[in-house]
Design a protein around this ligand. Sequence first.
Ligand code: TRP
Length: 386
Amino acid sequence: MRTPPVRRTAEANVNVADTTLYDHARNQLSALCRVAGFAPGEVPEALLAHLLGSVAAQRLSDKPRYLSDVADDGSPVEFSLAFDDSGEQAVRILGETYAENPGLASNAAAGLRVFRELARSLGCPLDRLEAVRDLFLPAEPEGLFSLWYSLILRPGGRPKLKVYLNPAARGEDRDRELVREGLRRLGLADAYETVEAHALRRGERDRFSFFALDLDESPLSRVKLYVSHDSATAADAEHAAAAVSSVDSLQVRRFCHAIGGTEGPFAGRPLVSSYSFVEADPGVPGNYSLYLPVRDYVPDDSVARERVLDHLRDSDLDHTKLDSALRAMSARPLDEGVGLIAHVSLRLGDFGTGMTVYLSSEAYEVTAPRGVTSGRAASQKPRGAA
Ligand code: TRP
C-alpha cells in the first residue's frame, strides 16, 4: 500500500498514525464548529460516530478496506463551511456510512439502518426517502456510490440530515429515467422539464449526478437535483442558472472567473449545477447553486485560498474565518498540497444566497501540488474495494 505520510492533527504537529478515523474527523469537526461559533459541548460527536458506521474504528495507519468517492483520498467524510449573506455560518459533513464489510450495496443498507435509528431522535421523517428507495437502491447498485448523508449543523440549532441518492444506480444511461420517476413520486413532475430545458442541453456531457432529499418536516424541505457539466463554460452555467428567475447571471460569471481563474471550458472535474425544489412550487426551483471543483484549476491550496478569500471579500461575505477553518482541518503548509479546498459553491435565490467552501479531511493522503510529482495520483485510483 501507499506509505502513509506523517500525519499532523489540527492541534499540533505530532505523528498520529494510530489515530482512528473517528478521532481524526471529530477533532476536525470540533475545531470547525469553534470557528463557526458553536458553544463548547454543542458538537454532536456521538452522532458523527453513529453516521460513520464501521469505518469509525479504522486506523489511519492501516490500509483502508474501501475507498469512498466522497473525497479524493478515499476518506468517507468531507467538511464544508457555508457562508450565508446573513453573516452566519453552517458546518456540514458529507459522508458515507460503512458496513462491517464495506461495499456499494452493504454501505447503503448500513446507511439506511442508521437513518432509521436516527429518525426519531432527530425528528426527521423518512417517508420521501422510502417513496423512492427501490428506484435508487437496487439490490446490485452500479456507479461510484449508492447512499451518502450530509449532516448540517448551525450554532444553537438542531442537527439536520440530508440524503444523496445516485441517479446512475441502474446504469449511467438511465439517470434521466430514474430522476423523472423519482420526481413524479414526490409530486414534483414539473421540475423535470425545467431542469431539462436549462441544464441538459449538451447531450451526454450533462448528466444527473445526485438526487438529494432534506430529511425534515418543514414545508421548505427540499428535493435537490444535481447536474454535472463536462467541459462546460461560464456561459453554460449562466444558462443553467437562468432557471431561477431572480438569479443575476453576472454573479455566476464572476464566480467562475474568480474561483476557476478563467471562464472555462472547465475540462478537469466538471462544474456542477444544483436546483432546489419544494412541493408547493414544483415547476420553479427556488435556488440555484454552482459547484466549482477548484482543486483541478489551481497549482496548490495557497492559490485556492487566495481566490476564495478575494471572492468572499468582493461578495461582502465574512472572509475572516476562512483561515481558521483551513487550520481546523490541517496544519500542513497550504502550498504543500492541493485539494484541502476541494470545491467552492455559489448559492443564489429565494432560499438564501452565499458561498460554501468544501474542505477535505485528508485522513489518508494529501495530493501533491501540481507540477511537483504526478499530481492527481490519488484521485485517479478506482473507487470501491481497496
Ligand atoms: N468527490 C466527488 C467529486 O468531487 C463527490 C463530491 C464530494 C462532490 N463533494 C462534492 C461533487 C461537492 C460536487 C460537489 O466529484
